[in-house]
Design a protein around this ligand. Sequence first.
Ligand SMILES: C[S@@+](CC[C@H](N)C(=O)[O-])C[C@H]1O[C@@H](n2cnc3c(N)ncnc32)[C@H](O)[C@@H]1O
Length: 170
Amino acid sequence: MPFFGKLATFGFASISQYTFKWIIDHFPDGSTMLELGSGNATKEFTDHYNVYSIEHNPNWIGKFPTHYIFAPIKDYGDYKWYDIQKIQEQLPSHYDFILVDGPPKKIGREGFLHNLHLFNTEVPMIFDDANREGEFELIQKVATKLQYPYKIIKHGVRKKIGIISHKEIE
Ligand SMILES: C[S@@+](CC[C@H](N)C(=O)[O-])C[C@H]1O[C@@H](n2cnc3c(N)ncnc32)[C@H](O)[C@@H]1O
């Protein structure tokens, strides 16, 4: 894809180009990635990784060569999140890292905290949008629950990503 095309892929609803590069620099090609929330950046990741994408919106299913896990949003009383049963049924047995970039802000991502048991939390977890209060709180709460350290990386004017990993990541 020409450079301008790549610029159009990143930002807006998708992760930034910085975040994409950070991930590419830290996980070798051929790794398996599990993402919560798919979008245009998913296509770029599939050039490097075996990608599994948990996605609630049918309009964002089937667009790119990832393994989609279609999990519509359900109301769990205290919070709304992906259909847990759909995730349980379709999660791969192995993945090398998790990118938390969904559901969208208006639904919220708190469900990840309440359903950590679904996931292998031994692998590094990257959280987009750590500059947002809700996402920053989520990172702190997940790190506290797992008793793992977290770090926040600022990039661009106001964007931040959060990383939780029990192993040191440079
Ligand atoms: C923050 S987006 C996920 C973006 C994805 N991780 C990426 O970097 O391309 C969260 C949700 O918004 C929806 N979405 C993705 N791309 C979108 C776009 N360009 N415009 C509107 N909604 C989008 C999808 O349902 C997705 O699960």
